[in-house]
Ligand binder design. Structure first.
Ligand SMILES: Cc1cc2nc3c(=O)[nH]c(=O)nc-3n(C[C@H](O)[C@H](O)[C@H](O)COP(=O)(O)O)c2cc1C
Length: 181
């Protein structure tokens, strides 16, 4: 069997650095990891970090150089066995639930038919907001698997729900979907 490929979506959360831990753990299991970062995510973590760790280019933009005839979101779709968005912002959940495709990550998300995992991270008020909870319900009904968020220490808050799930749990969920033990 060819090497399985996980598209690792990274969005603009303070927890973005943990995507590097997730990428590294998946690589150790023989998974090809291709990172797609939103513009906001690149404010939190440099693409070069994920490129070095994954040994793959990191995709941050919708529009590929002119010599590439296939749009990037289509070539990524064709490569992916699984999409894992970790951390996933409230904004990304809202866009995916609404079918919005205004950047590379959201365009790829609505182009894939492979399993999708979301690992949200946000403050507790954002998580409990009725809009976020409605988006969660919509996405779960469409088959998206949610890992977390967990309760624990949050930036600017006391202990509450909203922390990114333990990277080990996110990696385990990816491996299970890929059938890797
Ligand atoms: C310091 C800082 C931390 C943030 N952390 C989060 C977060 O953990 N979760 C979240 O949903 N939004 C967070 N945001 C807000 C998002 O970055 C913002 O909604 C952005 O538009 C998300 O874009 P994206 O979904 O395209 O990555 C944070 C913003 C700042 C300035």
């Amino acid at each position: 069997m060819s090497q399985p490929c996980v598209l690792l979506g990274v969005t603009g959360s303070i927890a973005a650095y943990k995507s590097a831990i997730i990428a590294s753990a998946l690589m150790k299991k023989g998974v090809d990891v291709v990172a797609v970062m939103t513009a906001s995510a690149t404010e939190f973590l440099g693409p070069v970090t994920l490129a070095s760790m994954t040994h793959n280019p990191v995709y941050t933009g919708m529009f590929a150089p002119a010599e590439n005839l296939t749009p990037t979101h289509i070539s990524l779709r064709d490569r992916a066995d699984l999409v894992c968005v970790a951390p996933a912002t409230a904004n990304c959940m809202a866009k995916y639930a609404g079918g919005i495709a205004d950047d590379l990550l959201t365009s790829t998300l609505i182009s894939v038919t492979v399993p999708v995992i979301f690992a949200p991270a946000m403050n507790s008020v954002m998580w409990r907001h009725p809009a976020t909870q409605a988006n969660l319900k919509t996405l779960e009904e469409r088959g998206v698997t949610f890992i977390g968020p967990e309760s624990g220490r949050l930036v600017c808050e006391d202990d509450d729900i909203g922390r990114l799930a333990d990277p080990e749990k996110i990696v385990a969920a990816c491996l299970e979907k890929l059938g890797i033990s």
